[in-house]
Write a protein that binds this ligand. Structure first.
Ligand SMILES: *Cc1c(COP(=O)(O)O)cnc(C)c1O
Length: 378
């Protein structure tokens, strides 16, 4: 099997799994219990929280574990909106966000909030002038993703953060695709809230975190026993949290080496595709993109058909994002960068991981070329 869909999810690294396992079977105590079996897990969570915090240069009191990236996005946006509605009801986001952000904004719109959706240019970079011009007295939150999950484009987060700060507006960034792939320093960036998710960096599914800068005014979404400093109730997912701590530590321990490898495989794939297949175009920014992301428009072929042909050869890629791959609506991200419906339906996403090899990339180019030739002759 050749797996080239790391933006959808990754496998759990053996070292990560090994560290998690005892917390399912032996060290299963509830962290809120006051006997040893449980109490030890309080310490376990503390250690994991410190690992996660250190990697993004946060204080450990600013890390809140969640059930994943979607919950972290919901928590950030709904939490800030509800807590700050006395100040205003206006939220700014972009047209290329993940559905976890877009649909949370739609939900808030139905509650009476006003949402502005900022345009992006043909490479997927947000229009900063439009952002500045959209700000009003009633604006309470800006939510703009760090890096796009479909086209890999990296946004000017530091500049956006400055714009938000100068206007006294909270800034949230969905960094689910960035954490593990880009070095992040929340203090230097000056963001107020940042979402991330373990299964995007070789950790387990169903666990993520929200960084909330100290003194940010935010409501909790999940009410109950008061875990996570009263901000996110529910018995903690101890094995998941342990796995997230280990996974983030590993991603940054081998960061330079992995990034270099993934980057060079990406360049190999891009060159292979452009040298072997005619009439194709790269979606997203040529250079300012995630190291492992290749999204291409291949003229005259339907990407779902292509995806099934690759699937027959045990090559796993994505057409659009995992969330809308199953239905027929063209990707909102590809539409936002100016592709027609038909062009969007002829685009394929490859996302490379550090375990992929040059041989795999060359094989994929070969199979893809044969498949495209076949489809174009039909
Ligand atoms: C995967 C992803 C999410 C959702 O994270 P889950 O942990 O799957 O809920 C949100 N935003 C982006 C950009 C993603 O890539």
């Amino acid at each position: 099997m050749i797996y080239l869909d790391h933006a959808a999810t990754t496998f759990v690294k053996k070292e990560v799994f090994d560290e998690m396992e005892p917390y399912f079977t032996k060290k299963f105590g509830n962290p809120s219990a006051i006997y040893k079996l449980g109490e030890f897990n309080k310490e376990t969570i503390k250690v994991a929280r410190e690992k996660v915090a250190r990697v993004i240069n946060a204080d450990s009191s600013e890390i809140y574990f969640t059930s994943g990236g979607s919950e972290a996005d919901n928590f950030a946006i709904t939490g800030v909106a509800l807590k700050n509605m006395y100040k205003g009801n206006h939220i700014i986001t972009t047209k290329i966000e993940h559905k976890a952000v877009l649909n949370t904004c739609e939900y808030l719109k139905n509650l009476g909030f006003e949402i502005s959706y900022i345009d992006v240019d043909k490479d997927g970079i947000v229009n900063l002038n439009m952002l500045k011009n959209s700000i009003k007295d009633s604006t309470i939150l800006i939510s703009i993703m760090f890096a796009n999950n479909e086209i890999g484009t990296i946004e000017p987060i530091q500049e956006i953060s400055e714009i938000a700060r100068n206007n006294n507006i909270y800034f949230h960034t969905d960094a689910v695709q960035a954490v593990g792939n880009i070095k992040i320093d929340v203090k230097k960036l000056g963001v107020d809230l940042l979402s991330f998710s373990a299964h995007k960096f070789y950790g387990p599914k169903g666990v993520g975190a929200l960084y909330i800068k100290n003194r940010t005014k935010i409501d909790s979404l999940i009410h109950g026993g008061g875990q996570e400093n009263k901000m996110r109730s529910g018995t903690e997912n101890v094995p998941g949290i342990v796995g997230m701590g280990k996974a983030i530590e590993l991603s940054y321990r081998d960061f330079e080496e992995n990034t270099k490898k993934v980057f060079s495989l990406k360049e190999r794939l891009i060159n292979g595709l452009f040298n072997n297949i005619s009439d194709i175009k790269l979606n997203g920014h040529r250079n300012n993109r995630l190291a492992g992301n290749v999204n291409v428009f291949i003229n005259g072929v339907n990407s779902t058909t292509l995806l099934y042909m690759l699937n027959m050869k045990d090559i796993y890629v994505s057409s659009g994002s995992a969330c809308n791959a199953a239905n027929d609506t063209p990707s909102h991200v590809l539409k936002a960068i100016g592709l027609t419906d038909e062009e969007a339906h002829s685009s394929l996403r490859f996302t490379i991981g550090s375990e992929n090899t040059e041989e795999e990339i060359d094989y994929v180019v070969k199979v893809l070329k044969e498949s495209v030739d076949k489809l174009r002759k039909l």
